[in-house]
Design a protein around this ligand. Structure first.
Ligand code: ADP
Length: 469
């Protein structure tokens, strides 16, 4: 038997477990009810037999000898009455002469009744003992003088008469019917419960299979009233959305790369074709132009490498405690020269804060934003670098007085290869991946980047990091 064929569905597992638990419970209940019921019933039967015998001795036997005579008719009636209750009567006079005996005078009735009792009892209880017990009771006349005696006999063990047996069997049947009804209802309930669990799971499982085959756009629309299953459905939907997004990003990225590579390659090929055809001389100027395009491709490949490197999740961060003021200053100092070339002054306003960050990766964020602030600037302005606490978050702001970003473009600038100014002429313009990398690093730190900008007035990039101290 292979592994899969041994697997059971949730449905059958739940039904089997429920039924098993129920059967065990019912057997246990039946066992206890039986013992209890049997004990009480036996006690009741024993007590009533004792009451009958007492009544026989205290009342009935006292009225069978009247006016120096045995009232045979009464004795016979009593004898028949009592044998029907399993009690045998034999009457003797004071000279030991038999007056009346149920075993002789009502032989057929007494044999039949006692045999039936014995048979019934043995069918109920295999070990039932049919020992017959007799007591001798004196019989007196009205003045209390002894006129004879009686033997009163009955089975020593508890015995049931026909009526008792019928009652006992009926009670047992009721217990059995209750058991069957309980098992039946528990099976129905377990089918309903297991279906309510198994159905959504099998839907989710079909869905995950579907997603596994690459159909990320589908969502599980099923709503379950079981919170764990609802969570599972939400997670699967989230997963398929994420995969869908990743898939579109991957497609977009491939298209972008192809586009970015094609433009410089077409230009290089055009130049080389004309040179090879002998139309153009391979002058220094033309070779330089080809070289520029090659540099563009090299930069693109370099950016792609960086993008791959910084396209990170939380797990690949190598965090440590860093003094933010010293850290930012060290990075920004290296760019002061470049800023000065464009006559841009950098102003600092850094609080003495400790943060827990991946030093190397986070430096890339500051560098990207700062170099943009210098790049997208017509010169003669200022850049303000600030670090401060706000709402228990660490805030880092880099604000320039540069060219600014049109409001309609703000939502796009963090996209891969997105550039507000698409013209590729100016060498210093980048490939449009710096902010993508920065966002991904800040997000991996649990933070976010916000941007505020006004065309011709400048932009502010605000990094907000959760305070982990
Ligand atoms: P790039 O490599 O092109 O600089 P980024 O991802 O760093 O790519 O930036 C994306 C685009 O956002 C830039 O091409 C630019 O148009 C715009 N941008 C970024 N920073 C600034 C800024 N400080 N001022 C004006 N525009 C900016």
């Amino acid at each position: 038997m292979d592994y899969r064929s041994k697997l059971k569905s949730i449905n059958s597992k739940l039904i089997i477990s429920f039924t098993f638990i129920m059967i065990v419970t019912i057997i246990a209940i039946r066992f206890f009810v039986n013992i209890n019921f049997k004990n009480s019933f036996e006690k009741y039967v024993d007590d009533s037999n004792k009451v009958e015998i007492n009544h026989l001795i205290e009342f009935d036997l006292k009225s069978i000898y009247l006016n120096d005579n045995w009232d045979i008719e009464l004795i016979e009636n009593l004898g028949i009455d009592y044998i029907r209750k399993g009690i045998a009567i034999e009457i003797y006079d004071e000279n030991n002469n038999k007056v009346w005996s149920v075993f002789e005078d009502e032989k057929v009735l007494s044999d039949k009744t006692l045999n039936e009792v014995s048979k019934n009892m043995q069918s109920i209880e295999k070990k039932w003992n049919n020992y017959f017990e007799e007591v001798k009771v004196d019989i007196g006349d009205i003045d209390g003088n002894s006129v004879g005696y009686a033997y009163i006999g009955h089975y020593a063990s508890t015995y049931y008469m026909e009526n008792d047996v019928q009652f006992f069997n009926a009670a047992n049947r009721i217990i059995a019917v209750i058991g069957v009804i309980s098992i039946g209802s528990i099976i129905i309930i377990s089918i309903i419960i297991s279906k309510s669990i198994a159905n959504p799971i099998s839907k989710v499982s079909k869905m995950t299979k579907f997603i596994g085959e690459g159909n990320y756009k589908n969502e599980v629309t099923y709503k379950s009233n079981i919170s764990e299953i609802d969570d599972l459905i939400n997670s699967i939907n989230k997963l398929s959305n994420e995969l869908n997004e990743q898939e579109s990003l991957r497609k977009q990225l491939t298209a972008d790369i192809a586009h970015e590579l094609r433009t410089p390659l077409t230009s290089i090929k055009g130049h080389l074709d004309t040179i090879i055809a002998g139309i153009w001389e391979p002058t220094n100027e033309r070779l330089n132009s080809i070289n520029e395009e090659v540099t563009r491709i090299t930069n693109l490949v370099d950016d792609l490498r960086k993008l791959a490197k910084f396209d990170i999740g939380k797990n690949s961060l190598n965090k440590e405690v860093v003094n933010l003021r010293d850290y930012i200053k060290t990075i920004v100092y290296n760019y002061e020269g470049k800023a000065l070339e464009k006559n841009i002054g950098i102003k600092y306003q850094l609080e003495d804060l400790e943060v827990i960050i991946d030093k190397e990766k986070f430096a890339q964020v500051i560098i990207n934003i700062l170099s943009n602030a210098i790049k997208y600037n017509n010169g003669n302005g200022k850049i303000y670098v600030k670090a401060f606490m706000k709402d228990n978050n660490v805030n880092i702001s880099i604000k320039d007085s540069g060219i600014g970003i049109p409001e309609s473009e703000l939502k796009n600038i963090f996209e891969r290869f997105y550039r507000v100014d698409k013209s590729r002429g100016a060498n210093e313009k980048g490939m449009g991946v710096g902010l993508t990398i920065s966002k991904s690093i800040v997000n991996a730190h649990g933070g976010e980047i916000k941007v505020f900008s006004e065309v011709n007035n400048g932009s502010e990039f605000l990094i907000i990091l959760p305070n982990e101290n």
